[in-house]
Design a protein around this ligand. Structure first.
Ligand code: SF4
Length: 277
């Protein structure tokens, strides 16, 4: 049985070579990129906050402590790993320390924003589902939260960003959120209005914004057809590169990709920089 995730489809569509490294060779960098990991840490803290504080209300102390302590626990483990794998490289260690400080500042301010603006009920937090979509194929989806307000049901998506310059117009084609919306509507057999984006802007003075984006049932039907076409393409693909400027900051396999083109010692590079997932 094949299990397809949003991240796998997105990687495939971004660059087949990157997809091959990550999902066929199953490689991941030994030293995770602290900047790419930052969003994960914020997500983990928000998941605990909305799950324990809002949904189950089983927290001693206040929500702010919960948010900060979740992030600190996550950061401590990741920091250890980064120091170990980088042989305490001073630049990487300093960069990671600064990101941790930034994360704590962001979450502290988010708590104040959240208690003033969270006028909804959390029905599910950090919910993962597996939806069969055809024989031998399952789509794995995850919602940061399923919420209900005066207008009905919404999927909530947390996004850490550098700007709040997002509007419903430029979010309507966000494939990840739409795939999840479609999957959750099918899974629960319920109409979900759309996505409530929860933006956490990590500038010097943290800022926050919520934006609702509606999707029609027709739009969601199209997403399923498209998903099946994408899956077809992934079965026996030709593997080629799709380089662009973003390779410089968003591809953890750039060194490997360039080494293959240079005909350098690729196996040595794989052993020294990457490990199997
Ligand atoms: S560096 Fe660019 S072209 Fe190379 S694998 Fe990564 S995304 Fe693809």
């Amino acid at each position: 049985m094949a299990i397809l995730s949003n991240s796998e489809i997105s990687t495939f569509k971004r660059c087949r070579k990157k997809w091959y490294y990550a999902y066929k060779e199953k490689l991941k960098p030994k030293i995770p990129d602290a900047k790419l990991m930052f969003g994960n840490g914020i997500h983990i803290a928000l998941a605990e906050y909305y799950q324990k504080y809002f949904l189950f209300k089983n927290v001693k102390g206040d929500g702010q402590n919960l948010l900060l302590n979740s992030f600190k626990t996550w950061a401590k483990n990741e920091f250890k790993k980064i120091c170990l794998n980088s042989n305490n490289d001073p630049t990487i260690v300093e960069q990671t320390k600064n990101l941790i400080k930034k994360g704590l500042k962001l979450l502290k301010a988010y708590y104040d924003f959240s208690i003033m603006n969270d006028n909804f009920k959390i029905l599910k937090a950090e919910k993962r589902i597996k939806l069969p979509i055809m024989k031998n194929l399952i789509f794995a989806a995850k919602a940061d939260a399923l919420i209900k307000d005066d207008n009905g049901l919404w999927l909530m998506e947390h996004k850490t960003t550098y700007t709040l310059d997002y509007s419903s117009k430029n979010l309507v084609l966000d494939e990840q959120a739409t795939r999840y919306l479609w999957a959750f509507s099918e899974y629960y057999k319920k109409d979900i209005n759309g996505v409530l984006y929860n933006f956490l802007c990590k500038t010097k003075t943290p800022k926050f914004k919520r934006e609702k984006v509606y999707r029609t049932p027709e739009f969601l039907k199209e997403i399923k057809s498209q998903l099946l076409l994408e899956f077809e393409d992934m079965r026996k693909p030709n593997i080629y590169r799709s380089p662009d400027i973003s390779c410089n900051w968003s591809c953890e396999f750039k060194e490997l990709c360039v080494a293959e083109l240079d005909k350098s010692d690729v196996e040595y590079l794989k052993d020294s920089l990457y490990e199997k997932k």
